[in-house]
Structure formats: C-alpha cells, structure tokens
Design a protein around this ligand. Structure first.
Ligand SMILES: [Zn+2]
Ligand SMILES: [Zn+2]
Length: 308
C-alpha cells in the first residue's frame, strides 16, 4: 500500500492542541517521543488537524453534505455485475479443483483444514486492509485512493453501505479476486492449496457484504444471516458497532471478527502505527482528534438504525 507523507500539513504542538480524545494513547506516545528519537526532524510529538480530502470525481457521493439514499452511485452497473460474476466463477473453479483433487486422492481432511485456515486468514487480512485504508492516505493515493475515500467516508455515513446494491458493493474486491486467483486456478492442481485459496479469497470477496449486514437491523436481515452473526461465523452487529464508536481504533476485522479480540488486546495495530511513525514519520488518522470524518451523520430520511 502506498503511504503518502503528511509533513506538508500544518502542525500543532501537543500542548497547544485541542483536548485529546485518547488520553491513554497520547500519554504513551508522549513518553515514547521523549525516549526515542524519530527519524523525522521534529523532536516532539504533535497533533495535526485532519486532512481535508478533495472530492473524487469518480465517486458521485459528495464529500460534503448528506448523500441521498437513492444516490445513483449506490446502484449496480453491468460492469459491476460482470466483475462479481467473474469473481464468483474464479472461486467456483478453485473450489471445484480442491474437491476434485480431494476426491481423486481420497484425502479430505487437509483441504478442509486448509479452508478453515483460509477463513481465519481472510478475517485477519480484512482487518489489516481496513486499518490501512482507515488510517493512511487519501483520495489522491495511487491505486488505493478510491478505496481509501470510500472507507473513510463510511465512517461519516455508515448507513450508506446498507443502501448500496450488491454488485456495487462487491465489484472492487471481485475484480481483485479475479486477477489474483485466476492464475492460481490455471497453474495449481494441489487440493490443499486450492482449499485455502478458494475459502480465503471467497471470504475476502464477500467481506463487504458481511460488513453491510453488520450495519443492518436484526428485523430486516435474513434469519440465516442473523443466526450466523449470533454464532460468530460472520462479524456481529454489536462487534462492528464498536468500530464506529470512540476511540475509532478497534474491531477492524470484518469477515468473522474472530481476530479482533487478539489484535485489540495485544494492541497489534497500535504497535504497527508506532513502527510506521518512528520509521517513516507518518501519523495514522486515528491519532488525530476525531473530526467530522469520523463522526457519524445520521440519515435524516430514515428511522435510526439500532444495533441489536
Ligand atoms: Zn473503519
Ligand atoms: Zn462499518
């Protein structure tokens, strides 16, 4: 992922800055800043104002003003459907090769275990990716710019994801899955490898749908989805709602959420943020005071969504 340096933005001293929303974190950072000298020329840790991103002309959802629930950019187009179809086809080929290989070799346990590992790894990867696009870069970042803008905008208008049509929500990940998995489909005949790839890539591709369901109301979700959420197979509504509450730096995983407890308890992402800061001098957005970009704007045209 490309990370843009953020030195060009005006900086404020910690002592001059506004009240920090995360006293523990900043207190720890202050201590680290006085004992370790960052490569950056600044000798004291400062809080910078949140970046103001330029509206992406490709994305018709405005960066300012409440978007409409019937925004045309939330609808699926035929190219969106085409990428989702190609992604599904790629996954079916991978899964079929895993099953046929298992049937030929009469070995089912290893491919099934590989699939389970793929399910866990997909949750972990979804968290790492989500943490990255939430915290680094902006709409102008090469390759990831539109994804970064989308995820960061999601914090301001979380309810939009529930209005986004299926293929519109999934096509970007489906495109990546097609490009990545198709060569593996062609070149690899190992059922264990295909078991891992098919489940891992499938969970990653559908992670945005799992994410959308985690923002749904219980009464409007299919009963099977609610049962899977309650069983912890899919990321739960209560767990993901914690991601959208202060201090906005936990529960990044959006497949099953099974990795969230380990990652948050052991402050894995906070450690990575420190490494990136002291090596590259780049601060994550989650260190700055929550501004309008983190704070949810409610959909005034609809009743309030309640997370059960
Ligand atoms: Zn987020
Ligand atoms: Zn969300």
């Amino acid at each position: 992922m490309s990370i843009l340096p953020q030195h060009k933005y005006p900086l404020r001293s910690l002592t001059d800055g506004p009240t920090c929303p995360r006293p523990c974190r900043i207190a720890r950072l202050t201590c680290s800043a006085t004992t370790t000298k960052p490569r950056s020329s600044q000798n004291q840790l400062v809080i910078e104002p949140r970046l103001v991103t330029t509206p992406d002309p490709v994305t018709t959802i405005p960066s300012t003003g409440t978007p409409l629930p019937n925004e045309p950019s939330l609808e699926s187009t035929w190219p969106h459907r085409g990428w989702v179809a190609s992604g599904c086809t790629t996954l079916v080929i991978s899964l079929a090769k895993a099953m046929m290989g298992a049937a030929d070799s009469h070995v089912w346990l290893e491919p099934m275990l590989a699939g389970y590992v793929g399910y866990i790894v997909a949750d972990l990867l979804s968290g790492v990716y989500h943490w990255g696009v939430d915290n680094y870069g902006d709409a102008s970042t090469p390759v990831f710019g539109s994804q970064i803008e989308g995820f960061q905008g999601h914090h301001r208008w979380p309810w939009i994801i529930t209005r986004r049509q299926f293929a519109n929500n999934l096509y970007a990940l489906a495109r990546n899955v097609t490009i990545t998995v198709l060569p593996i489909d062609i070149l690899c005949n190992d059922p264990v490898a295909q078991g891992f790839v098919s489940i891992c890539a499938g969970c990653i591709m559908f992670s945005q749908q799992f994410h959308a369901w985690s923002h749904g109301t219980k009464s409007k979700l299919p009963p099977l989805v609610v049962a899977l959420q309650d069983a912890g197979v899919l990321v739960s509504r209560s767990q993901h709602s914690a991601h959208h509450k202060p201090p906005y730096n936990s529960n990044y995983c959006i497949v099953s959420g099974v990795c969230n407890e380990f990652l948050d308890k052991n402050k894995v992402f906070e450690a990575l943020e420190m490494v990136i800061f002291f090596k590259l001098g780049v601060r994550p957005r989650s260190w700055s005071e929550p501004g309008a970009e983190w704070t949810e704007e409610t959909d005034e045209t609809q009743p309030q969504v309640t997370v059960h």
